[in-house]
Design a protein around this ligand. Structure first.
Ligand code: SF4
Length: 385
């Protein structure tokens, strides 16, 4: 355990660290985990205990950071700290960088961030005064009315569209598929900072051609070792086929881990993040996505003192930035509901906010047309490979 202040960083004995934990304003990284390391129970939220991860969730909603000082450093482009003392120093630097960032570039707007920070201040969030000071360091627009929690009123509505026509039937020649695979392979090596291996697509050439039988689907059963590029091997020709025929390719997987892997490989097919955002979409079961109706109920309960108001505001921040509303393995930070001791019924996390019990009321719901990603509106985001 280490401690850092203006005079520098130094190691602390556990007994000393226990005394300082929660006794005065102290910055930690993952309060519950830090407490467990000191043989203490997970602490409740307190204005004296400032978790750097909560500040990250406010300033950079829906962005990834591993829940550790090193993870924060990497997410913020700071040097990776080695050793406890360096990690303690880094934590201070990371928080300073985050406060600077929120002062310069608050998202989605300074006014909305201010309204939410004021709500957090009323709820006793330790970071509130520092965040408010940072936000007010630059000129602000017209002040917001409200707590900034009614995010559903600011999400775009979807419109009914005519069904898409049938895709074309142009085939993809082997040479074209290999060329696409080669360019994807180079992009993949580039993004992974590995050495480009220009010969690899040649070595992975398909050696069998599926037979065409009347009335039967064409199928290939393929098996190869991990890491040889199987996924890219089918994503490359599939993306080419979709481009030529104006169609959609669905890739069905057995596990979420495989989904994540395929999503990662799609970075090689669509290196530009904006293009990828519209071309490669992950779909899961409805229970993975936040239900706005559940969220609205959680907001009302939290405002009446029956829930975790701070957690609810941080989820509001995430909701305005999320790519697809996926709370289990998407861009929602899984560590967020676990930082402090909050009762399971009050937690602002997937257990209470997702549609877990099939309670979705579909078109009878006032939010049915609001969130394009919210189930059952989920199919409205169409991948267009
Ligand atoms: S449509 Fe269903 S999933 Fe979406 S917000 Fe309403 S109840 Fe929840």
């Amino acid at each position: 355990v280490a401690w850092a202040d203006e005079s520098g960083a130094r190691a602390l004995r556990p007994v000393e660290a226990r005394g300082r934990f929660g006794a005065g304003p102290v910055i930690v990284c993952h309060a519950a985990l830090s407490a467990r390391r000191l043989d203490l129970a997970a602490p409740p939220r307190s204005p004296e205990l400032l978790d750097a991860l909560e500040l990250f969730a406010f300033v950079r909603p829906a962005r990834f950071a591993a829940p550790s000082p090193a993870g924060l450093a990497l997410a913020l482009g700071l040097p990776e700290p080695r050793g406890a003392a360096a990690q303690a120093e880094t934590l201070r630097a990371a928080c300073a960088a985050l406060l600077e960032e929120v002062a310069e570039r608050p998202t989605p707007s300074r006014e909305e961030a201010l309204a939410q920070a004021e709500t957090l201040g009323r709820a006793g969030w330790g970071w509130a005064q520092r965040v408010l000071g940072a936000l007010r360091s630059e000129p602000e627009g017209r002040p917001w009315r409200g707590a900034g929690l009614d995010v559903w009123s600011r999400l775009p509505e979807w419109e009914d569209e005519a069904p898409e026509g049938r895709p074309g039937s142009q085939s993809v020649a082997g040479g074209d598929a290999r060329d696409r695979l080669a360019s994807c392979w180079c992009a993949r090596a580039w993004t992974r900072r590995g050495p480009p291996r220009p010969n690899t697509p040649r070595r992975r050439r398909t050696h069998s051609r599926p037979r065409a039988r009347e009335g039967e689907p064409r199928m290939v059963l393929a098996e190869a070792g991990t890491g040889v590029g199987k996924t890219l091997g089918y994503l490359a020709p599939a993306s080419l086929w979709a481009e030529r025929n104006g169609g959609t390719v669905w890739v069905s997987t057995y596990t979420r881990a495989l989904q994540r892997q395929i999503e990662r490989e799609s970075h090689a097919v669509y290196p530009d993040p904006e293009t990828r955002r519209t071309k490669a979409v992950v779909r899961k079961g409805r229970e993975n996505y936040l239900c706005l109706l559940n969220y609205q109920e959680a907001v009302q309960a939290a405002q009446l003192g029956g829930g975790d108001l701070i957690g609810t505001v941080l989820v509001a921040r995430w909701l305005r930035a999320t790519r697809d509303g996926d709370m289990t393995g998407g861009d929602f930070p899984a560590w967020l509901p676990t930082l402090f001791s909050v009762g399971p019924a009050a937690q602002a996390g997937p257990g209470n906010l997702n549609d877990r019990r099939g309670e979705c009321v579909h078109a009878a719901c006032t939010h049915y047309r609001t969130a394009s990603w919210s189930a059952p509106c989920a199919p409205r985001i169409r991948p267009s490979w």
